[in-house]
Design a protein around this ligand. Structure first.
Ligand code: ADP
Length: 589
């Protein structure tokens, strides 16, 4: 039986039933015995009155039996009472219901025994009369002659009416019980329900809390301990709701952080299955359907799998640089940490992958750059040292040699100076430490200014420099000095790599949002295989020629950096022996 109200109600009903049963039985028995005692006393009185009124005490029981019978007979004609006279030996002398001659000896009757044998003043008994067929109450008193008990006068009545009355009483009690039981049952249920309603509500709210419905509360009113319990449960629910809210917020925050980490994160459980990964991990592994699968199916790298296995075995963090070849070639910094529970057992593994390809590439570029710079510096310095030593060794006394060597020393130190200036310029642009001065400038003017700067250089080789498309003003917002530097570098190259009497053109074109400046020459051109690399630092197509023309190998890489820092782009077209065109695209704003 599950319902609490039913249990309480039923307990009430059973308690009532038992109590009423006991009370009923006891009171029934009490009433019955009281009634019988009353009847007994009454019969005793009746017997004593009879003795006096019939004067039997003065008759001889043995000889005057007929008289006694004659005196007694009329007395019971209308009343339901039986009178019997019994002598000392138990022989029936007279009887108002039967013929005494036919009746057996009554000495063994208990009421007769009480008087005749025990000598008591009254004897009584209840038993079923064989002659009449139902229970009778017998009361006997002694008949005394001269103070001696001579016989017994016995008065008896049928107990049929008493038994009927008791039976009646039982039926009435049952009926009252039945009605009372119904009323008690109804009242018990109402009371039990009232008691259990708050309990039910508390159970419902607790179930809701267990089912993650943290906003559930007890609203019903109750009193006493149940009210205290309701308040406690409501407080518990409130604190649970706040805590769950905080936990949810924290986990959301954590998930956002993990999802947006630049490192790839993978959580593996102790069954070696992937439990969680972030976006970066998907990108690094080139797979999205990872969660729920064994880690070795997603980590398609022997080194990574080994690293995880090593962590599982050693229960210690492992870190290594690993190269992946799929989905693309990458250098990864992989660290695998175990998650240990309180017993020190592994409950999971966290794998972190950080793509360091770029860093390693930059490191390589940097070390190559240092090597290149040292090499580039070494050439002029060796020349300077060599010529200075030759002069000191005696060549300085030959005036022609002295002059020639000093010229070489000056040219080499100029080159050294230019080289240092270019390296400094490049490193400043790369570090973005050069301030940008954005202003509205007229492109035609800047082209004019740049051409002016290189005109002497061009004139030396008889090269014509033409400006085209700058006849109508084109205004852009950029850094004037940087744009000028770009044009000077491109023009210097065009002049340097174009034979004498050649032609160099600067063409300005514009679209809605950008301008295109083209520096074109009809010089030696650039082989197709070198086109991709000419913007690299110190890259030269022909080292001897470049050095001869005073180049440092840094000009184009400075141009590329300047163009990109201005938000533009650069491209080149070239055919060997026909010429080259460099296109610089710059945004107008
Ligand atoms: P450099 O100081 O050697 O000129 P740059 O970075 O300016 O260095 O140019 C890189 C290389 O690109 C040059 O060495 C040269 O071989 C080639 N180059 C640049 N501009 C031209 C051009 N206009 N015509 C032919 N080759 C060129």
């Amino acid at each position: 039986m599950k319902k609490l109200w039913l249990k309480i109600g039923l307990s009430f009903v059973i308690l009532f039933f038992v109590t009423m049963g006991v009370v009923g039985v006891l009171s029934g028995e009490l009433m019955k015995s009281t009634y019988l005692t009353m009847k007994e006393n009454q019969l005793e009185d009746d017997a004593k009155i009879l003795l006096r009124t019939t004067d039997i005490e003065h008759l001889d029981l043995d000889t005057q039996a007929d008289q006694i019978q004659a005196r007694l007979a009329p007395l019971t004609e209308d009343i339901d009472i039986r009178i019997t006279v019994i002598d000392q030996d138990g022989k029936v002398v007279a009887d108002t219901k039967e013929d005494p001659a036919t009746m057996e000896n009554h000495l063994n009757r208990p009421e007769v025994q009480d008087v005749l044998v025990k000598g008591e003043s009254v004897g009584s008994a209840i038993r079923k009369s064989e002659s009449v067929g139902y229970s009778m109450l017998y009361v006997a008193v002694p008949i005394k002659q001269d103070g001696q008990t001579d016989g017994v006068l016995r008065v008896s009545i049928s107990l049929e009416s008493v038994e009927k009355a008791v039976q009646q009483l039982w039926w009435s009690l049952f009926a009252i019980f039945g009605v009372a039981l119904l009323i008690i049952a109804a009242i018990s249920i109402i009371i039990a329900r009232r008691i259990t309603r708050p309990v039910k509500e508390i159970i419902d709210v607790s179930t809701d809390l267990a089912n993650y419905k943290y906003d559930s509360r007890i609203h019903g009113k109750s009193s006493g301990e149940l009210a205290d319990l309701s308040i406690s449960v409501n407080k518990l629910a409130e604190s649970l709701e706040t805590q769950m809210h905080e936990i949810r917020e924290n986990s959301q925050r954590l998930s956002v952080i993990v999802q947006n980490l630049v490192s790839g994160v993978m959580l593996i459980n102790n069954e070696k299955e992937v439990v969680m990964t972030n976006k970066t991990m998907y990108q690094l592994l080139g797979e999205t359907d990872i969660t729920g699968k064994p880690f070795y199916e997603s980590l398609k790298s022997f080194a990574l799998n080994q690293l995880v296995e090593k962590t599982l075995e050693s229960k210690r963090m492992q870190q290594e640089e690993v190269t992946l070849y799929f989905p693309r070639e990458m250098i990864l910094d992989a660290s695998v940490s175990p998650i240990l529970n309180e017993e020190g057992e592994i409950s999971g593994i966290i794998l972190l992958l950080h793509d360091i390809t770029q860093i390693r590439h930059l490191e390589q570029v940097r070390s190559e750059f240092v090597a290149n710079v040292s090499h580039e510096l070494k050439t002029p310095v060796t020349a300077l040292k060599g010529f200075a030593e030759t002069l000191l060794d005696g060549a300085m006394y030959d005036e022609a040699l002295l002059k020639q060597f000093l010229h070489i020393i000056k040219d080499e130190s100029d080159r050294l100076h230019r080289l240092i200036l270019d390296i400094l310029a490049l490193s400043r642009i790369e570090q973005k430490s050069l301030p940008t001065m954005k202003e509205e400038i007229e492109v035609g003017q800047v082209i004019e200014q740049s051409v002016k700067t290189v005109r002497a250089l061009a004139a030396e080789k008889g090269i014509q420099v033409e400006v085209m498309g700058a006849d109508h003003p084109v205004v852009i917002e950029t850094d004037r000095d940087r744009l000028q530097q770009i044009l000077i570098n491109l023009l210097s190259n065009a002049i340097a790599y174009t034979p004498k009497q050649g032609r160099v053109q600067v063409i300005a074109e514009e679209t809605d949002d950008q301008v295109c400046l083209t520096v074109q020459d009809n010089g030696i051109g650039i082989p197709a295989k070198d086109l991709d690399r000419i913007f690299e630092r110190f890259y030269r197509v022909d080292k001897a020629r470049s050095r001869h023309s005073g180049g440092t190998g840094l000009g184009l890489s400075i141009v590329k950096h300047l163009v990109e820092s201005a938000g533009g782009s650069i491209s080149v077209e070239s055919v060997e022996e026909q010429g080259s065109s460099f296109h610089v695209y710059l945004p107008k704003k």
